[in-house]
Every structure is written in structure tokens, then in C-alpha cells.
Design a protein around this ligand. Structure first.
Ligand code: FAD
Ligand code: MG
Length: 361
């Protein structure tokens, strides 16, 4: 994936529903496709009345909200506030832009609440394993050095300030940045009166409202953890974000072994590829953060934490050979989970269905 792309510059196509290319859903009035944060971005908005110009303007505003978030958080280019903080002199507290301070406070709060399973201060470990390159197995000494430059030893967050504590330390927004972009886009769309929308940023979804005539919500397919062309489960979602984390999409190959891109900051090593976690939550940042954290915690400890979350649906898919065993917390029932779904007619995304094994909690 090329680095440094921006959403607006990468806009590749725009289609007006009835008048333009056939949208994924017959109701879509405006469909926009772009490229942001090194991944695909798709925005579909349904015009409530026949005001396509207003809906088109809303899609443009949502696109720019994603672009602004990338311009705040990217560590794949060096001209963003977070990238500059990652190069700040050691031990000198730097003033934070308010929006970045809020995001970092939220992220580090989740780091505490997940016992460090989620921690954006993993930059030195990303480098040690060369996860943004071709991958390498660090020596014990190199891994020890990287662990000394991650987590609490990497940065301290003051009130509106951040101090970098180690020359190898940097903050990686990879596990909360997409959520932050979708949250900004959702706020923008709601402020412009959009009530029905579907956004997909690199596989993290944000949906507003529900399709016309189907108040239960948008049909969402969850891929089989080790074969994304197969559906393992199906949900019905409205006014929420859906984030999935696993080790099947991004990673590196080291000495013939595939290593996923999600690290366990508690051990300093990539988390084992046991399956995937899908999180449904009204807050896209919480969905993004928890998908990573619960993947690192794994299906046992992860489900125990998920059971303490009354408003966050969590689905664990544990790979069992060609099958996937589904486990979920009580909150997920709200989104009508169906495992081993018959081919759902109106559900979205790119996944045909296949068999999987289901297990209720
Ligand atoms: P998630 O599970 O949500 O996050 C995993 C990512 O978070 C890892 O890739 C790593 O970066 C980090 N991480 C690993 N372990 C942990 C942990 N335990 N706790 C916290 N964080 C962890 N990719 C490109 O190829 N080119 C780009 O130009 C580019 N620009 C980006 C700009 C921004 C602002 C962001 C947020 C990401 C960008 N990416 C880019 C990365 C790309 O979007 C990834 O797909 C995305 O970050 C991974 O999201 P995910 O949901 O697949 O994985
Ligand atoms: Mg994510």
C-alpha cells in the first residue's frame, strides 16, 4: 500500500444513485469511493428528499472529515501533529492540539482498562518486528530494547501535553485512527441532516439509520477469520460502527511463518492468529480500540471482558480448521447475530456465505 495518500486526492469515482452507476443498494442517492489511510473508503448516502445536491455536499463533507483525521494522526507521513510528536525531543512536554489530546486520553484510558492489551505506544515494537516493512524476527536484545521504549516507558500524557521518554518511542494510531475518522464523518453527516448512510473505511463500518422498509438495520456479514471470501456470521446493525480485528489481512512473513500486524504489548510479540473479533458499538473509536484489545486478549479473557460491556456487542470467531466457532457476549443479541447464515439477500459487503459452527454464550 502506498504511504501518504489522502482521501480527497484519491477520490476515484462518484456515482449518483438513479442517475449514475448502479449503487450497491437501490436506495443509495450518492455513492463515493476514495482512498484514505492506506485503504479503501466507500460512502453511501440516502437522500431523504430529492435533494441530491445537498446529499452530494454531505458526502464531500464526510470525505473531508476523514481526510482531516488522517492529517491529524498519520504516522505514514511526517507532516502531521502526531508524526511531529513522535520526533519530539526526549523529556520535553509538547502541547497537544485539543482533538489529538482527547483521542490520546481515550486511547490511554483503554490501555489501562485492557491491562495493556491495547496500547498505541507500540511504535518501537512495530519497528523491532519491521511490521511496516518486510518483517524480521528481532534478537532478544533488540526486543528488550523495543519493550523498554513502549507502553508507560514511552510517553507520559500530561494535561494537554505529551512527553516522549525514549528515542525509539513513537505512537501508532493504527488501532484507533479509522474509528476516529468514522466518528468525525458521522458527526458531520448528522449535523447535515443525513439519517441513512453506510461508510466503509478499510473494513470498519459506520452505518446511520437503516435501509428504507427495514427498520431492523443494515445487513452486515462477518468474514470467516481465515478466509475472507466466506461469511461466518451475519448481523443487523443500525446507528453503530462495526470493527473487526484479526491476523488474516495485514502482516509479514518471517522465516516462513506468517506474523499478524497486531502486537501484544505485554509480551512484545505479535498476537497469535487464533481467529477474529468483531465489535459493534455506537462509538466508532470504541469499536476500533476494543476489536484490537479483545483480539490480543484472546477468546477466553476477551469474552470475560466483553461480558462487562453492556452496550458493546462482541463476536469472537475462533478458527477450527475450516470452520469457525462463534461466541458472543449478551450485548450482541441486540444486533441479531446469525451464525452459519443462509445467504442473506440484502446484506452488504463482499462476502458470499459458507458453513461455520455456532456456539451461543
Ligand atoms: P487494528 O486491529 O484496528 O489495528 C492494528 C494496527 O494498530 C497495527 O497495524 C498497528 O499499527 C497498531 N497496533 C498493533 N498492535 C496494537 C496494540 N496492541 N494496541 C494498539 N495498536 C496496535 N497504511 C498504509 O499502508 N499506508 C498508509 O498511508 C496508511 N495511512 C494511515 C493513516 C492513519 C491515520 C491510520 C490510522 C492508518 C494508516 N494506515 C496506512 C494503516 C491502515 O489503515 C491499517 O489498515 C490500519 O491501521 C489497521 O487497522 P485494522 O482495523 O486492520 O487493524
Ligand atoms: Mg481497527
Amino acid at each position: 500500500m502506498e504511504a501518504g495518500s489522502s482521501a480527497a486526492a484519491a477520490l476515484v469515482a462518484m456515482a449518483l444513485g438513479a442517475a449514475g452507476a448502479a449503487p450497491l443498494t437501490a436506495q443509495a442517492s450518492v455513492v463515493r469511493e476514495g482512498y484514505a489511510m492506506g485503504t479503501a473508503l466507500r460512502i453511501e448516502l440516502v437522500a431523504e428528499d430529492d435533494s441530491r445536491p445537498r446529499t452530494l455536499a454531505a458526502s464531500e463533507a464526510a470525505l473531508h472529515a476523514v481526510e482531516r483525521t488522517e492529517a491529524l494522526l498519520s504516522t505514514w507521513r511526517n507532516d502531521t501533529p502526531l508524526a511531529r510528536l513522535n520526533r519530539a525531543p526526549i523529556g520535553v512536554p509538547q502541547a497537544l492540539p485539543t482533538d489529538l489530546a482527547t483521542l490520546l486520553e481515550t486511547a490511554l484510558d483503554w490501555s489501562r482498562r485492557t491491562g495493556g492489551a491495547f496500547d498505541p505506544r507500540v511504535g518501537a515494537l512495530v519497528d523491532a518486528w519491521d511490521l511496516r516493512g518486510t518483517g524480521r524476527a528481532p534478537t532478544l536484545e533488540a526486543l528488550g530494547r523495543a519493550r523498554a521504549a513502549a507502553g508507560d516507558a514511552a510517553f507520559t500524557l500530561g494535561h494537554g501535553t505529551l512527553a516522549r521518554l525514549h528515542p525509539d518511542a513513537w505512537i501508532d494510531a493504527g488501532a484507533f485512527g479509522k474509528g476516529a475518522a468514522l466518528a468525525a464523518a458521522a458527526d458531520t453527516l448528522r449535523a447535515l441532516g443525513v439519517t441513512r448512510a453506510w461508510m466503509d473505511l478499510g473494513g470498519q463500518l459506520l452505518v446511520l439509520g437503516a435501509p428504507a422498509g427495514d427498520p431492523a438495520g443494515w445487513g452486515v456479514r462477518v468474514a470467516h477469520p481465515s478466509d475472507r471470501t466466506r461469511t461466518a456470521a451475519h448481523l443487523r446493525v443500525r446507528d453503530a460502527s462495526v470493527a473487526t480485528s484479526g491476523a488474516s489481512e495485514r502482516g509479514v512473513e518471517v522465516d516462513g511463518a506468517r506474523l499478524g500486524h497486531i502486537l501484544d504489548p505485554r509480551t512484545g510479540a505479535p498476537a497469535p492468529a487464533w481467529g477474529s473479533v468483531t465489535v459493534v458499538d455506537a462509538d466508532p473509536v470504541r469499536a476500533d480500540v476494543l476489536a484490537t484489545a479483545l483480539f490480543v486478549l484472546g477468546p477466553e479473557a476477551g469474552l470475560a471482558l466483553a461480558r462487562t460491556l453492556p452496550d458493546t456487542g462482541v463476536l469472537f470467531l475462533v478458527t477450527r480448521g475450516r470452520d469457525a466457532e462463534a461466541r458472543w457476549n449478551p450485548a450482541l443479541e441486540r444486533w441479531r447475530p446469525a451464525v452459519n447464515p443462509a445467504e442473506p439477500v440484502d446484506s452488504r459487503s463482499t462476502l458470499p456465505s459458507t458453513p461455520s459452527v455456532g456456539r451461543l454464550p
